[in-house]
Design a protein around this ligand. Structure first.
Ligand SMILES: [Zn+2]
Length: 284
């Protein structure tokens, strides 16, 4: 009991705990009820809570294939999202085709009702986060779609992955990031610090979009698009606004500091509580 309260502090009413225990397998004390639900929560689409502590009602599945995109690792069932994110990905796929940027390899979105995932991510809980793999755009094209199984390709090389791999990183990747950042509904795009550094060095005059490109641990084999909270989703909590500037000065330098080297994204801290409304989303 104590363990579940710690993992899901907002799920403290007895009915929900009953559900939690009903869904959890006896052999796995850490079983996560959000990863067990079969389909989306009933009701109008609504993202609730924070990206790292929230849930999603009225999700839609992203169809496995569409113009300019393909969903990877279907068996994980992490292809559900807020309808705004589904529409964004479909539109980005169309634009990728129009600009000859290859096929979008869409990784994890969210579970059918969002919520914490048992592995892999701390965010992706409100249906507004999407991972898109960095493919080798020289080989993954519309005429030559990816064969399965496929793994995400790291764009780093060199001793201890200290540089971008010039045989993989391409102008098409830059164009794809710029295209994605150009959507008003996109709040942030997370990439590896070396990718941000490369963009800061190489992008010319028209660089306002760089503000949305944020360095973060990992993200060398995929980029992570985060949409703003839809205006009508009143329980959805946006991240703090972007700091001024293009993010190419001290804030980028920090990522290459001793201090940054000592830290990793994997350092676990207790997750914040989910909004109480998420208990209902899980039940219905
Ligand atoms: Zn992600």
């Amino acid at each position: 009991m104590k363990l579940y309260s710690a993992l899901f502090p907002s799920l403290s009413n007895p009915g929900v705990l009953l559900l939690v225990f009903g869904l959890a397998s006896a052999s796995s004390a850490l079983a996560n009820p959000w990863s067990k639900v079969a389909g989306p929560g009933i009701g109008p689409p609504q993202a609730m809570g924070q990206y790292t502590a929230g849930c999603l009602q009225g999700a839609l599945p992203l169809p496995a294939k569409g113009t300019g995109y393909q969903v990877m690792r279907l068996r994980r069932q992490r292809y559900y999202a807020h309808p705004h994110l589904i529409a964004f990905l479909q539109e980005l796929g169309q634009q990728a085709v129009a600009r000859d940027l290859g096929v979008l390899l869409v990784g994890d979105l969210a579970q059918p009702r969002g919520g914490p995932m048992p592995s892999g991510h701390r965010s992706h809980q409100t249906g507004l986060d999407a991972d898109i793999w960095f493919a080798n755009l020289a080989t993954v094209t519309r005429k030559n779609p990816p064969s399965s199984p496929l793994e995400p390709v790291s764009m780093l090389s060199g001793a201890e992955d200290r540089t971008l791999d010039p045989t993989l990183w391409s102008p098409s990747h830059v164009e794809l990031l710029k295209t994605a950042a150009g959507f008003d509904e996109v709040a942030r795009i997370f990439v590896h610090p070396l990718i941000k550094k490369e963009l800061c060095a190489k992008v010319g005059e028209e660089r306002g979009w760089l503000a949305k490109i944020r360095p973060w641990w990992g993200h060398d084999a995929h980029f992570h698009v985060r949409l703003r909270c839809p205006a009508q989703d009143r329980l959805c909590v946006d991240q703090e606004p972007l700091p001024p500037g293009d993010g190419c000065a001290e804030d980028l330098a920090w990522w290459f500091s001793e201090e940054a080297a000592q830290q990793t994204a994997g350092q676990p801290s207790p997750p914040p509580p989910l909004p109480s409304a998420c208990a209902k989303v899980l039940q219905e």
